[in-house]
Design a protein around this ligand. Structure first.
Ligand code: NAD
Length: 365
């Protein structure tokens, strides 16, 4: 390589923050440190063009601080596009606290973190994410109003998972309509991977439509509980990516669509709740398109949760939350048609629509 050509890995070393793919024009990144409580947190404000940046706080024992930075940037960017594509007047942000939530989460640490959020003056609103609970949001509420996901007794919107599942169900039906010409899931073989808070409600919804449901989880106890409750099969094969299904619903972890799985998946439709399902959003999105697999973009169809917390800022009631979540059906259909028309992957198409909405709202220079 000639001396004036810089490789991507070198670039990441030279420009470890602004040069990262996920930095993607973040407006602001705030490093929060407090020696007394041990707080080490990063708040990413990706965009406030459409409204205040809203996104949860994740508390995780990151291997390195770079991992924490990369995670917050990636998640924060994703929130901007999730809000934009869903039609919400919200920006995108996210926060991470470095530490083990079971060991390191103290009242003092959370209150100090709340003060940092407060110092942003409403540019960023937090909510729950992995390692955080409603009670933590209630605590943070004591030092700042810039928090959502508080308990219903404190004016919050409560548990977002049922409404998230409902949105995923809407997205799945739209994808089925696009692929099969009908949104009915009756008789469709649906594989639900991860039957936690969202997955279980999704199993309930699709079972009521007489879909043929198979479930998979690493938690045997939950598998038996959900299987008994909804009369569905437990996946017993060696590898779920080799199994026959019409619809695959990833509701556990991200990045399950990767080099190892993308050519093995047999389903015609992918629609699930997990964030960041595509390991490489461009390459794997294109491979799914080329294979004729209809992929309902994750950040669009799992937006029920953010619609739910947004209601706390807007003051709208449960019927409006339901109606906005139901609209995920129409938006998914629109995006699948747009992708088809322009030869794009559905993920790319959803991103483009979100980016255009943000660009239209930017004040002209
Ligand atoms: P959860 O923790 O309640 O459930 C996840 C389930 O996945 C658990 O039962 C767990 O045992 C299982 N699991 C973990 N690893 C697995 C593996 N390798 N194979 C199979 N199963 C595995 O989480 P949740 O709240 O139901 O959220 C599910 C997904 O949806 C997550 O990726 C989350 O980020 C995303 N999401 C959730 C919401 C929400 O409102 N809860 C909103 C948007 C996105």
């Amino acid at each position: 390589m000639s001396s004036n050509v810089v490789s991507t890995s070198e670039l990441t070393k030279l420009d470890p923050v602004f040069g990262q793919f996920s930095y993607d024009d973040h407006e602001q990144v705030v490093f929060c440190h407090d020696k007394d409580t041990g707080l080490k947190a990063i708040i990413g404000v990706h965009s406030t063009v459409l409204g205040p940046a809203l996104g949860g706080t994740r508390m995780w024992n990151y291997r390195t601080e770079w991992d924490a930075l990369n995670d917050v940037l990636r998640l924060s960017r994703g929130m901007s596009f999730k809000a934009a594509v869903t039609g919400l007047d919200l920006g995108g942000g996210k926060a991470v606290i470095i530490g083990d939530s079971r060991r390191d989460k103290t009242k003092e640490l959370l209150l100090k973190f709340g003060e940092f959020i407060h110092s942003l003056g409403g540019r960023y609103y937090t909510a729950e994410d992995v390692g955080m609970e409603t009670a933590d949001m209630d605590l943070i509420r004591d030092v700042t109003p810039y928090v959502t996901g508080t308990s219903e007794s404190r004016g919050g919107a409560g548990n977002p998972s049922p409404i998230t599942a409902y949105g995923v169900y809407m997205g799945m039906k739209a994808a089925a309509r696009f692929k099969y010409g009908s949104d009915s899931l009756k008789g469709k073989k649906i594989l639900v991977q991860g039957i936690g808070h969202v997955g279980e409600v999704l199993v309930d919804l699709v079972s009521k439509e007489d879909a043929v449901v198979t479930i998979n989880d690493i938690n045997r106890e939950r598998l038996e509980h959900v299987s008994d409750k909804y009369q569905c099969k437990i996946f017993e094969g060696a590898d779920i990516y080799d199994s026959e299904a019409d619809i695959y619903a990833p509701c556990a972890l991200g990045a399950t669509i990767n080099d190892d799985t993308v050519y093995r998946i047999k389903a015609n439709v992918i629609a699930g709740a997990a964030n960041n399902q595509l390991f490489d959003e461009y390459r794997h999105g294109n491979i799914l398109r080329d294979r004729g697999i209809v992929y309902a973009p994750d950040f669009l169809i799992n937006a029920g949760g953010i619609i739910n917390v947004f209601s706390e800022l807007e003051g709208y009631d449960k019927s409006v939350i339901k109606q906005k979540t139901e609209n995920i059906f129409n938006t998914t259909l629109e995006i699948l048609s747009h992708a088809d028309k322009h030869g794009l992957s559905s993920h790319r198409s959803a991103l483009q629509i979100a980016q255009e909405r943000i660009a239209r709202r930017k004040p002209s220079k």
